[in-house]
Design a protein around this ligand. Structure first.
Ligand code: SF4
Length: 695
């Protein structure tokens, strides 16, 4: 937002917000970033959205943590009761040595009583060190991060049926497609630069099929917009596939060569006629048939999906359907084809790849496999640890309530805002004996901390991140961290040493070198290469190969080399609307605000554009309630109540309300249902029964 010619240096780095991973040029004057421009990165080719261009000044906000803090002996009882700009009644400043001693004292020797939440906003090296600390230091796998709240069900389905949890093709491959499905995703708001490629695809004649219970800006570019009933995804997708079978539109040659379990899938689909499913989905049979013909008839087709697919108790089944749809049409492994779950956070792909999940070591190698653990013991020079998969994010919260977990290390995550039924999560955080929070701001989660360790924003550190396209990219520091704040990797190393581990790393490059030894996906991708080239896509087949934008053209990384059809049954959402709670609540993000708002609500331009908590209701619903647009409404579910300003929005159906989750004053997750998908263990953020009344 500063003068675009007035700077004394430029630094190339990566936007810290979404999984698109736009490369940026940071203009710096007097150790302050003054403005940001897009660079010609592989994912963005110079483009940026409003967050990337204007959402940088949070790093200079006066709320930044600049010294370690320790909870005062006379602090009020733990609760959401700390002013992030005036915390002295609750915390006192400490030296790093004192704070690290205090942090370690509450963790060391407590084994399975300790759990860790790492962060998809930190680098690959930091995610790697975090999971290593929990496993090596405490002997178990109770380590997870926000992938559990994001695409865990998509990854579960992809690993089950394709053999790999990452995308099969970059989103930029849409330029070679002639048909694309976007389902349960709102890229114009959530992956805005990717959305520009989707719009260009339609301008050159590509057929875009958008499916979502909520309307969206991309529908203006769509050949078909299917605004189906919330929760009816499996019925709709099975009906589309039924037509493809009934009309012999499937690719028998591809199915025979590359897949298994087709007979079971085909038989399963027989019952899902479009006529039977139309009333369930709210989409007429003719449209279902037209979509099936368009996708199956494509020369090259892609499928993109987001959290509208994954955040359901049937999220894994939703993804199974999308995988089956692509496989039956042979739409994987060629230019312009592929399966692409649009990843949310800037490094949720990389943090998952680095093993920041309770069931997998780096590169999705199972913790239950003795041989794999032995390989990591050799790399880490470590004793063995538990071969049992650890607890996931929401299971850890429940284990705190059950007095099984009593101490936590939280790096850059904000479960006091992001967890479902968040009052339950906040009560758990308050109940812990010992909570160490490492962050750049005194977040809602840090309200409950015993020790707070001040960390670095992304533009203050070196490290690699991996975007939704499998592109590993180099982040570089533009400005120093404020005060005594340190880079996250260095804090984790110091804490590990205080916990008794013999760790020595001089730099993120050291960490990367060790990490790459246990990750075949990083073969041929060295730190020096990333420093020189800025980005390399994995897999990279040689030291000069820029990486494979499309994978699985000649088989799949499963036993026998074949992908699998896994038939999906219809599972109803957990809470059916009833007389008491007659509407459907769905939650998500807005263009201007990122996740729990800790960064973007402290960015001047973004906060000016979208300053107030709001929900979206259909104009007819507002009329029925007697509320003017801009008036206040009360939303009540079985978990709690929030009051929030209502906007008139025809994109939501009259029986639905959309509530973004960035606003602490109207925290959406007070309302959400914590019930989990049984495979991905992801909560049903996209469907809760709700009552809406005038406030
Ligand atoms: Fe940043 Fe995503 Fe916007 Fe690109 S699209 S500028 S990565 S928020």
């Amino acid at each position: 937002t500063g003068d675009s010619t007035d700077f004394d240096r430029e630094v190339a780095s990566i936007c810290p917000f979404c999984g698109v991973g736009c490369q940026v040029s940071l203009k710096v004057k007097d150790d302050r970033i003054t403005h940001v421009e897009g660079l010609n990165g592989p994912a963005n080719e110079g483009r940026l959205c409003v967050k990337g261009r204007f959402g940088f000044d949070y790093i200079h906000h006066p709320h930044r943590l600049t010294r370690p803090l320790i909870r005062r002996d006379d602090a009020p009882a733990k609760g959401l009761n700390v002013d992030p700009g005036n915390w002295a009644t609750h915390f006192r400043e400490a030296t790093w040595d004192e704070a690290l001693d205090a942090a370690a004292a509450g963790l060391r020797g407590r084994g399975v009583e300790v759990a860790g939440f790492g962060s998809a906003k930190c680098t690959n090296e930091e995610a790697y060190l975090f999971q290593k600390l929990i496993r090596q230091g405490f002997g178990h796998n109770n380590v997870d991060h926000c992938t559990r709240l994001c695409h865990a069900s998509s990854v579960a389905a992809l690993i089950e049926n394709v053999g790999s949890g990452a995308v099969t093709a970059t989103f930029n491959e849409i330029e070679n497609a002639d048909v694309a499905i976007v389902i349960g995703a709102n890229p114009v708001e959530n992956h805005p630069v990717a959305a520009t490629y989707f719009k260009q695809f339609t301008q050159r004649g590509g057929k875009l099929i958008v499916m979502d219970p909520r309307g969206q800006a991309l529908s203006r570019f769509a050949t078909h917009m299917l605004q189906f009933r919330p929760g009816a995804d499996v019925s709709l997708l099975n009906a589309i596939m039924h037509v493809i079978v009934e009309e012999n539109l499937y690719d028998q040659q591809y199915i025979d060569a590359y897949t298994e379990n087709w007979a079971a899938e085909k038989a399963h689909l027989a019952a899902f006629t479009p006529e039977a499913m139309a009333p369930v989905c709210g989409i007429d049979a003719g449209t279902i048939r037209a979509v099936a013909r368009d996708f199956a008839g494509a020369r090259a087709g892609m499928i993109f999906w987001g959290m509208g697919v994954s955040q359901h108790i049937h999220g894994t089944d939703n993804s199974r359907c999308l995988i089956s749809l692509a496989l039956m049409c042979g739409q994987v492994g060629r230019p312009g084809t592929g399966l692409h779950p649009l990843r949310g956070q800037n490094n949720v792909q990389g943090a998952s790849d680095a093993g920041l999940i309770p069931m997998f070591l780096p590169d999705y190698q199972s913790v239950t496999d003795d041989t794999i653990r032995a390989e990591f013991q050799a790399i880490w020079n470590s004793d063995d640890w538990s071969g049992k998969a650890g607890l996931t994010v929401t299971e850890i919260i429940d284990a705190i309530h059950a007095d099984k977990i009593k101490a936590m290390y939280v790096q850059g995550e904000n479960p006091a805002m992001s967890d479902p039924d968040v009052d339950h999560a906040r009560d758990a955080l308050a109940r812990l004996d010992h909570l160490v929070v490492q962050d750049i701001f005194l977040t809602e989660t840090a309200n409950y901390a015993d020790v707070i360790l001040p960390a670095s924003a992304f533009y203050e550190k070196s490290g690699t991140v991996t975007n939704t396209n499998r592109q590993v990219q180099m982040g570089r520091p533009a400005v120093p961290p404020p005060g005594e704040a340190r880079e996250d990797w260095a804090i984790t190393v110091a804490l590990a040493q205080k916990c008794g581990l013999n760790w020595h790393y001089d730099s993120p490059a050291d960490v990367y070198a060790e990490m790459a030894r246990g990750m075949p996906s990083l073969d041929n991708i060295t730190w020096d290469r990333l420093a020189a080239e800025g980005a390399v896509t994995y897999p990279s087949l040689s030291p000069t190969d820029p990486g494979q934008a499309i994978v699985f053209g000649d088989g799949f990384p499963r036993d026998g080399g074949r992908a699998r059809f896994t038939p999906a049954n219809v599972v109803a959402p957990d809470e059916a609307p009833d007389a008491e709670y007659p509407m459907v609540l769905t939650t998500g993000r807005q263009l201007e605000h990122w996740h729990t708002g800790s960064m973007t609500r402290r960015s001047r331009v973004l906060d000016a554009v979208e300053p107030q908590a709001n929900c979206s209701l259909h104009p007819a619903t507002l009329r029925k309630l007697g509320v003017e647009p801009g008036g206040m409404v009360t939303l009540t579910t079985r978990r709690g109540t929030v009051q929030v300003m209502a906007r008139a929005d025809r994109a939501v159906s009259p029986d639905m309300v959309f509530l973004p989750f960035a606003y602490v004053e109207a925290a959406a997750n007070i309302l959400t249902n914590p019930v989990l998908d049984p495979f991905g263990k992801i909560p049903e953020f996209k469907f809760a029964a709700v009552r809406v009344t005038a406030a």
